[in-house]
Design a protein around this ligand. Structure first.
Ligand SMILES: [Zn+2]
Length: 350
């Protein structure tokens, strides 16, 4: 891609943009998402009553604590609502949203273009494969080479015949333990990254070992770790030492669940930190010399995380978190790095 004069630019759904023009950037969000197939029918009477209700401000309190037991919460598919929610970010000075929705989820290039058009935001679209549960039915028969070519086509030609190009690879998903097809997807992603010079964003599997196992595989495949984002770091079960160890390997560490306190993560007890604990962890990363590797976002993907249902939405970091960072001793220059310079560097084609 850099051969086409894209070096230093970010490929948005509306075309290439100079990376320093992106403004405040959210590196890990979704406008469309569907995990209704993971719905778990509750067994108790109260749960059964809530399970099939539409999400409203009246029931979202219960749903937030039982997020996988309400089917409507698990789908985000309304373009008009997406525009309204994205506008809230634009209204507080937001510049760019990265939609890491990819294969296995309802990626929608046309709608992303319309959201960008309606709001004036820059939007960057993802490519590659989400985790194994969401892989296509014929994934076993797809070769590493097939997947590499497909990702390169998404980045250089456009997605699904639309001509709208993806601007990064991700979120590339993993389960615990790994599905063999996820390893194939990762190796293909690395090959495409080498060819195109874009960032590679990772959704690790549950558990503290997953980020390290993925980093080992990335190194083995010859990935440039300085172009890799280790996402969902706050639900990784890593303590501060563990987070520092991930950073010491050279990748970005992404706190992308800002505004989400306790998601009742269904794979085991995970201490998801509060925003203030996240900020303390970021402060420690900065003190240890990792300022340039930290990214912040919200991962809006369920209705409960949207502002119209009482969740953080896309504007929570801009409206509240930067102020809390300031009050907790992160300097304005450091906040600028976290919200602008770091995601801009991450997204710029090399
Ligand atoms: Zn994810």
């Amino acid at each position: 891609m850099s051969g086409e004069g894209l070096k230093g630019k970010v490929v948005t759904v509306s075309g290439p943009v100079d990376s320093n023009k992106l403004g405040v950037t959210l590196p890990h969000e979704h406008f469309f998402y569907d995990s209704r197939s993971r719905f778990v029918e509750p067994e108790d009477e109260i749960g059964k009553e809530y399970a099939h209700q539409s999400v409203t401000l009246e029931n979202v309190g219960w749903i937030t604590k039982n997020w996988i037991n309400n089917i409507d919460n698990l789908v985000v598919d309304d373009e008009a609502v997406a525009i309204t929610e994205a506008q809230l970010f634009k209204d507080v000075g937001g510049g760019t949203i990265v939609d890491v929705t990819n294969v296995g989820q309802p990626r929608n290039p046309g709608a992303l273009c319309r959201i960008a058009q309606a709001t004036g935001l820059d939007i960057v679209m993802g490519s590659g494969y989400y985790f194994g549960y969401f892989h296509p039915g014929d994934m076993d028969s797809r070769t590493e080479d097939d997947i590499t070519k497909e990702i390169i086509s998404d980045l250089t030609v456009g997605v699904d015949g639309t001509g709208v190009k993806a601007g990064l690879i991700g979120e590339v998903g993993f389960s615990t333990p790994f599905d063999p097809n996820e390893i194939k997807s990762l190796r293909a992603s690395v090959a495409a990254q080498k060819e195109c010079g874009v960032a590679l964003s990772i959704h690790p599997g549950p558990g503290a070992d997953s980020p390290f196992q993925i980093i080992d595989m990335l190194e083995e495949a010859g990935a440039d770790l300085s172009r890799v984002v280790m996402g969902h770091i706050e639900r990784s079960s890593l303590d501060m030492d563990g987070i520092l160890k991930v950073a010491s390997r050279g990748c970005y560490v992404e706190f992308d669940w800002f505004g989400t306190l306790n998601p009742a993560y269904p794979y085991g007890p995970v201490d998801v930190p509060s925003d203030s604990v996240r900020i303390k962890q970021i402060r420690k990363l900065i003190a240890e010399g990792h300022l340039d590797q930290v990214l912040v976002s919200h991962d809006v993907c369920f209705k409960m995380r949207m502002a119209c249902y009482g969740g953080p939405g896309y504007a929570h970091i801009s409206k509240y978190v930067v102020q809390w960072m300031d009050e907790m001793g992160i300097t304005p220059d450091e906040i600028e790095s976290l919200t602008k310079a770091n995601p801009q560097r991450m997204l710029a084609v090399i």
